[in-house]
Ligand binder design. Structure first.
Ligand SMILES: [Zn+2]
Ligand SMILES: [Zn+2]
Length: 127
């Protein structure tokens, strides 16, 4: 399976390196993508050790595998950050999502409401 765009049933959100997203560390505004380079646990959905959320390089700790602060401590995962507007608008307008839009009118409506919220993440602050 190419891991460009997939879906995480556990966290109910789109994942993969083709999906832009904000770092899931509270208060962090770095934009990353939801690929394996940034996943807590180093495997899709977090594997055995991680929570499967996504963090910038400042918020991942490398021991045996890369983990977020909470998983390093063995405590409950962080609350995931919302999808970025750039990704939401792609889902709402891109032709590759046309079929999904037809099949999920309720989700489309929710995304349209979400899109009107203030943008939270900035691009290019990672390094
Ligand atoms: Zn974690
Ligand atoms: Zn971060």
């Amino acid at each position: 399976m190419g891991w460009s765009v997939g879906y995480d049933e556990n966290w109910k959100r789109d994942i993969g390196y083709g999906v832009p997203g904000g770092c899931d560390h509270p208060g962090c505004t770095t934009e990353i993508n939801r690929g394996l380079a940034y996943v807590c646990g180093e495997e899709p959905y977090g594997g055995e050790k991680g929570c499967g959320l996504f963090f910038c390089t400042h918020h991942l700790w490398i021991s045996e595998v890369q983990l977020c602060e909470r998983c390093t401590d063995g405590s409950e995962p962080f609350t995931p950050s919302p999808d970025v507007n750039r990704w939401i608008s792609r889902k709402l307008t891109d032709s590759s999502w046309a079929r999904w839009r037809n099949e999920n009118p309720h989700q489309v409506r929710l995304l349209m409401e979400q899109q009107t919220a203030e943008p939270k993440f900035q691009i290019g602050k990672a390094n």
